[in-house]
Design a protein. Structure first.
Length: 101
């Protein structure tokens, strides 16, 4: 699996972040909204999965988008995201393998 942020996604995130900053009045307030929204989406995923409702997929993508928005909002560039993504996927694999031993 090789997810990455392409330039089209980067442009959309930049546009959404500009709107969010305008709406919330700056980075701290936009971040606070993002964190609250992440918590709500996690609960929605949990509930949708438990109910067998396919809506969990949309809510999971909302969580991913919020993560990308935080990265973009705090100046993490596309190449760094790609590197972090590979490193974190590797780390997940290492942790799971260690737990299986």
């Amino acid at each position: 699996m090789g997810w990455s942020m392409d330039s089209g996604l980067k442009n959309k995130l930049t546009e959404i972040n500009a709107l969010a900053l305008r709406l919330h009045g700056g980075t701290p307030a936009a971040d606070a909204f993002t964190f609250r929204s992440l918590e709500e989406h996690v609960e929605e995923v949990r509930g949708s999965l438990a109910a067998g409702d396919a809506h969990w997929k949309a809510e999971t993508l909302d969580i991913i988008i919020h993560g990308f928005l935080l990265l973009e909002r705090h100046g993490v560039d596309i190449e760094e995201v790609r590197g972090l993504q590979e490193a974190r996927l590797g780390r997940f694999k290492e942790k799971i393998n260690a737990a299986l031993r």
